[in-house]
Design a protein around this ligand. Structure first.
Ligand code: TA6
Length: 287
């Protein structure tokens, strides 16, 4: 199928009727639905479905830079058109039962090489398990003759009932860099993270499972990550939302970004080396 600006999208279904929609624009997951048809990811009603800007919502991929720096904000991968690999390597036999998957590929264009002179091959595998969980596996290979370094993040926007009703567990006692205070380093003091104003933090070296509890919707998201030591937590809140053109003024209440990322220490690949970063999202009912 195609989206509003004519860009191809791929729809994955599992045997129970859960689904995932992936756009070739950015390799971005735009929808993840349960077997009952409930949407689990947030997309702004003001989202712009047109390159060269990433869609506001879903799961943008930030590569080769997270945040600001010498490249465009969050790197160029999320703004490029990816291609489908029609002959992807098979799933592992132990892991193939009822799983639907697609592999997308990104290679730098000549223009990309001018702004970031490192040849790479990026393979993104998006899969939907029979049980409904969503897995993203990124494999980035250095096909250059020199080493290069990058930072990386999966930037999921979870759909939530109300930002004032959610809490995150798994970040207790960690150090974080606060983007609202010039990346100053603080230590988390609270038991669980709740929200009453803008939050934009990179929690460093977290454990590999983070939970987002949504009391009103009575569901919990589990974020499992591998190869991604850090976790960015972002909610723009009222004032900042007004400055974001592709986000409605009140929509911050229905979204929360909890990322798997590698930010503090850049990843370095020697020629021929490959890096893998994995994110697995699942949802369970809770009381
Ligand atoms: O992950 C947090 C963050 O870097 C914030 O600083 C905020 O800008 C957000 O991502 C969204 O960035 P974007 O470029 O998509 O508007």
């Amino acid at each position: 199928s195609k989206d509003k600006s004519g860009i191809d999208q791929v729809l994955l279904h599992n045997p129970r009727g859960a689904s995932v929609q992936v756009s070739l624009h950015g390799g971005q997951v735009l929808s993840w639905r349960t077997e009952r048809g409930e949407e689990l990811l947030f997309i702004s009603s003001k989202a712009i479905f047109k390159p060269p800007k990433a869609v506001r919502g879903g799961i943008p991929i930030c590569f080769p830079q997270v945040g600001n720096g010498s490249l465009e904000q969050h790197g160029f991968a999320r703004n490029r058109i990816w291609v489908i690999d029609n002959d992807p390597p098979p799933l592992h036999p132990n892991d193939s039962n009822g799983k639907a998957y697609i592999d997308l590929l990104l290679k730098p264009s000549e223009e990309d090489l001018k702004i970031w002179p490192h040849s790479f091959e990026f393979r993104l595998r998006v899969s939907l398990a029979a049980e409904g969980y969503l897995t993203l596996i990124s494999r980035i290979r250095n096909i250059n003759c020199k080493p290069f370094s990058f930072s990386f993040a999966y930037h999921p926007y979870f759909s939530i009932s109300d930002i004032s009703e959610v809490r995150i567990e798994g970040l207790e006692t960690l150090d974080y860099l606060d983007n609202l205070f010039q990346k100053e380093r603080f230590t988390e003091q609270g038991d669980a993270l709740t929200f009453e104003s803008e939050v934009d933090r990179a929690y460093l070296r977290s454990k590999d499972v983070i939970a987002v509890f949504d009391h009103e919707k009575k569901r919990t998201f589990a974020v499992r990550k591998e190869g991604l030591p850090d976790v960015v937590v972002w909610n723009p809140w009222e004032k900042r939302s007004k400055a974001i053109v592709d986000l409605g003024d009140e929509e911050y209440k229905q979204m929360l970004c909890v990322n798997g990322a590698s930010i503090e220490k850049p990843i370095t690949l020697k020629p021929g080396e490959e890096w893998t970063g994995r994110l697995e999202l699942s949802v369970v009912p809770s009381s």
